[in-house]
Each structure stands twice: as structure tokens, then as C-alpha cells.
Write a protein that binds this ligand. Structure first.
Ligand code: NI
Length: 138
């Protein structure tokens, strides 16, 4: 490989153990290859140009007893109501809720919406899966 650069990474043991488990599950040949895949994946996401339309889902798991969090998540969804196609709420357990929010719109708006929801204090798990619709909105 041309211009191959080695660098050290510091990680908590727990995180590294989980990463190694993930690598085995994905049958990835090495940590280096797994890391390269992750970096490429992130770069592809960033490469989506402003103005491009995307559609997908924001997925959240949170404790509904945290009323401030529930209010906050609702406020965010109202701020971005034009970009939310539908949402599904599942009561997972006595404490936890799963919310799947279908979204569609200009990529930077959708990213901002997803980032705000995932960053809300108390969200236990948050992820976003997006695909381009092939349309450009500019
Ligand atoms: Ni619920």
C-alpha cells in the first residue's frame, strides 16, 4: 500500500474488547482493516453535498421517566416537523421507549435534526441511517 502510515490509538480496554468482538462478528481480517472501513464509512457520509436530499430513519432508545428529555425530544421534532415523515413509538419496557423517526429532506437539515436528538441528555442509544434519494434540492 502506498504511503502507509502507522499511528497509535489509545482506547479504554472495555471499548477495545467490544471493538474486537465486532471485528470477529464481521469477520474482518484485522483491527486496521476494521478501522479503515469505519473511516471510509464516515467519509462517505460527509461527502454528501449540501443540497442533496436524503431519506432514512433516526432511532432512539430513552427512559420515558425523564420528563424533561421527553419534552425536549418532542420540541426538537416540532422544530423540524417539515422533515419528519412519520414516527413510531414502542414501549419497550417499564422504563424504556424506542422511537423510530422517518425523515426526509436536505442532508444538512436532517443531520442537524439527528445530531440534536442523539445528543439530548439521557438518550441511551441513538443512531441514524440515511440514503440519498438522488434529488438535489438547490
Ligand atoms: Ni413509551
Amino acid at each position: 500500500m502506498p504511503n502507509l502510515i502507522r499511528f497509535g490509538v489509545s482506547l479504554e480496554k472495555v471499548l477495545l474488547d467490544r471493538f474486537d468482538r465486532l471485528i470477529r462478528e464481521k469477520r474482518c481480517p484485522s483491527r486496521s482493516e476494521a478501522l479503515r472501513d469505519l473511516i471510509r464509512e464516515e467519509l462517505v457520509k460527509k461527502e454528501w453535498r449540501a443540497g442533496q436530499e436524503v431519506a432514512g430513519a433516526v432511532i432512539l432508545v430513552y427512559n420515558h421517566h425523564r420528563r424533561q428529555l421527553v419534552d425536549k425530544l418532542t420540541d426538537i421534532q416540532h422544530d423540524y416537523h417539515r422533515f419528519i415523515v412519520s414516527s413510531q413509538h414502542v414501549h419497550l419496557s417499564d422504563d424504556d421507549c424506542l422511537e423510530i423517526i422517518a425523515v426526509k429532506g436536505e442532508v444538512s437539515k436532517i443531520r442537524a435534526l439527528a445530531d440534536r436528538m442523539r445528543a439530548a441528555k439521557g438518550v441511551k442509544y441513538g443512531t441514524v441511517a440515511l440514503a440519498t434519494t438522488g434529488r438535489n434540492l438547490t
